[in-house]
Design a protein around this ligand. Sequence first.
Ligand code: AMP
Ligand code: MG
Length: 423
Amino acid sequence: MTNQVIHTATNCTDPESAKTLTVAKARERILASTETLSGRETLSLRSALDRVLATDINSTMNVPGHANSAMDGYALAGNDLPQDLTRHYRVIGTAYAGVPFAGSCHSGECVRIMTGAPLPDGADSVVMQEQIKCIDGKHVAISSGHQPGQNVRLAGEDIASGSVVLEAGRLVTPADLGVLASLGIGEVSVRRRPRVAFFSTGDELRSISEPLAKGEVYDSNRYSLYGMLQRQNVEMFDMGVVRDDADALRTAFKEAASMADLVISSGGVSVGEADYTKNILDELGNISFWKIAMKPGRPLTFGKLGDALFFGLPGNPVAVMVTFYQFVLPALHFIATGKPYTPFMVSATSRDPIRKRPGRYEFLRGIASQEADGSLSVQSVGQQGSGILTSMSRGNCFIHLPESCAGVAVGKAVTIQPFSTFY
Ligand code: AMP
Ligand code: MG
C-alpha cells in the first residue's frame, strides 16, 4: 500500500483557514488539560445529595432480603395451585410485613398475606385477595388460571448481594439516597466540590447599587455566572469587578488562582483588549488566546494559572453564557466527576427558516415546545445579538448549527440542547 497524500485547498469558509479553532478542537484541548480532583470527604446520607461518589457502592445484602408478597392476598405453593377446577384451601394463619408467619404451608393450605410480608416456608406464589372467595373464616376458594411464582418479589431482585449498586463518579440523585438507605448505608465518601473563583473585568462596569453614568453598564455577567455555577454544586468565590488596570488584574488573577481549582473571568479578551490582558497572563501562567469558529463567543482565553484551570470568557453577556455551557461545563464536569460530559441533545423541528453560511458553529437561542402530537418543535427567540441577554432568558435551549450547516428550512430537523445542569 502506498501512502496517499491528499492536498486540499482551503477556502474562506474553512474555519482553520482563518487560524481559528473549531468548537470540537477547543473542547478537546480543554479536556486534555483538565484533571479530576482527588480530595474527598465523608458525608451523612442526606448531605450527599448532588455530590459525586468517590467510591463504588457495593451491596453486602439482598434487597429485598426475602421473597415477599407484592399484593394483599393468599400465599401457597405454586405446584398446589388449582389446575382446571376451583379448589378449597384451609387458611392456616396470617403473614404481615414485619411479622412473618412462623409455620409452613402444605398442600391444601394457604396463608393470608399482606403486601411486603415474607412468603411463609412452602409458599412461592400469591393469589390476590380480589380473586378468591371466602367460604368461611377458615377456608377460601381459588379458581384456576394462576401462574406459579405470581405476585411475588424475589429476594435480591432490586439489589443482589455483592453487586456494584452505584459507581464512583456518579452524581447522587434523590433515588440514590433511597437506594443507599435501602442498603442501610448512612455515610458515603464523596469527592470534594470544585472551588471556582470568578470576576468581571471592565472600567465601564458598575455594581447594582451604584448610579450609572453615560457609557456605563451594570455588571450582569457575575450574576449569570453565579446562577450557572450555583446549579453545579461548586464552592464559589465571587471576586467582584476588576478594573482594566494592569496591577488590579494581576492581583486578581493571582489571588483567584491561589484559592480556586477553576478561575473564570469575563471581558478583556476581545480584539483591542486582548494584548493588554495577554501580557499579564503570559507573566502569570501558560495561557492561549483562541479565536474559535463559533458565534457567539469567538474570543476565548484558556490555560493554566498556577495549578488552576483558567477560562477568560468574552465580555458580551450572551457569549459568557454560551461559552460557559459549551466549554466551562465540560471541564467542570470532568474536574468534579472524572467522567466525560455528554450534554442532553434532542432533535426538534424548526418553526422558522434559519439563515446561515457554512463556516462557523452557531448557537442560536431557541424556545422549544411540545406540539399536540407530542413532537418537539423549536422557534428562534428572535434577536440573536451577543449583547441581547434576554434571548437567554426567553429561550430554553441552544439550537446547534454546526460548521457545515448552510441554513435550515421551515419544518426541517435541528439539534437542540436544553440549558441544563451538567450532570
Ligand atoms: P469586552 O469583552 O470586555 O470587550 O466586552 C464586550 C462587551 O460586553 C462590552 O459591551 C462590555 O461592556 C460588555 N460587558 C463586559 N463585561 C460585562 C459584564 N460583566 N456585564 C455586562 N456587560 C459586560
Ligand atoms: Mg472590557
